[in-house]
Design a protein around this ligand. Sequence first.
Ligand SMILES: CCCC(=O)SCCNC(=O)CCNC(=O)[C@H](O)C(C)(C)COP(=O)(O)OP(=O)(O)OC[C@H]1O[C@@H](n2cnc3c(N)ncnc32)[C@H](O)[C@@H]1OP(=O)(O)O
Length: 309
Amino acid sequence: MIKTFEEIVKKAESLPPVTVAVAAAADQEVLEAVRDAQQRGIARFLLFGDKAKIEAISKEIGLDFDESAVTDVSSPVQASQQAVAAVRAGRADVVMKGMVQTADFLRAVLNKENGLRSGNVLSHVATFEVPGYDRLIHVTDPALNVAPTLQEKVQIIQNVIRFCHSLGNTDPKIAALGAVEVVNPNMPPTLDAAALAQMNRRGQIKGATIDGPFALDNAVSVEAAEHKGIQSPVAGKADVLLVPDIEAGNILYKSMVYFAKSKIGALVLGATAPVVLTSRADTHEAKMYSIAMAVLQAEYLKRSKEESV
Ligand SMILES: CCCC(=O)SCCNC(=O)CCNC(=O)[C@H](O)C(C)(C)COP(=O)(O)OP(=O)(O)OC[C@H]1O[C@@H](n2cnc3c(N)ncnc32)[C@H](O)[C@@H]1OP(=O)(O)O
């Protein structure tokens, strides 16, 4: 089972490189990630954005690319649409968000006629390598689904289960979070968490061990769980934190980065192709790790498709 981002990059290096279409690529952190991914041989790139700016930044940071790899597009919305179109046309395997607002980029991905919808719920996962932790922690969904229903949470969980399997974790421990570890009818996330745990016990959701509700402390700290007398295979040992809504998830994401100094990578799951989606403020290292995660996802999707034929 993969436990660090360096292991993810190493694994990506052993796989065939993917082609990534970058939407609104004229940004230093984005292009540094492109340079680093290119140097490690994990991806090739098609860049959509302000060509003059892309060329100027590339010269400064020592990024080489073929002239034909850049498409001059001035608006970030159009750059997103064209990057998604490149994936649909089979010219790229992965689409990546650059300097464009998340909602604008996601609208291109979700577009009914020209997007990358699969018929399932698309969801976001952020993966963290937290200093002092012995494993990667995955948080879902901090960036796409605003206030998911129980049924949507089922699909968000199914997406993250497949994602964990692609990282070699065949039985991820999933904690459905709330503010407390007991069911409280006044706190709807605790009701959803209990229902999801039961759906897992009864075989309605397979491929993972799910329990909840948990507060954050007893999901990630064995000591905190023992202190509260919680008996569960997930207590203190969660790999995945299912958050109740986008606010909780986004605040957790930014806390992990700014307070805990975690390394991070992030993807949208459930689309017809992997989608790299980090915050515009995230570092080039975070964007490079996300590209490496997308390489593993692309390989996993390809293998699953071949096995289902
Ligand atoms: C964490 C790092 C980066 C960040 O910090 S991100 C910051 C926070 N995130 C955001 O601002 C984005 C949050 N999400 C949104 O704003 C909206 O959900 C989003 C993605 C813009 C879509 O909203 P709208 O444009 O209002 O569109 P809509 O809700 O009417 O949906 C349009 C069509 O898409 C479909 N759709 C929406 N969400 C989906 C999903 N998760 N999976 C699959 N399909 C989905 C929706 O059913 C609709 O379909 P149809 O056209 O009616 O057939």
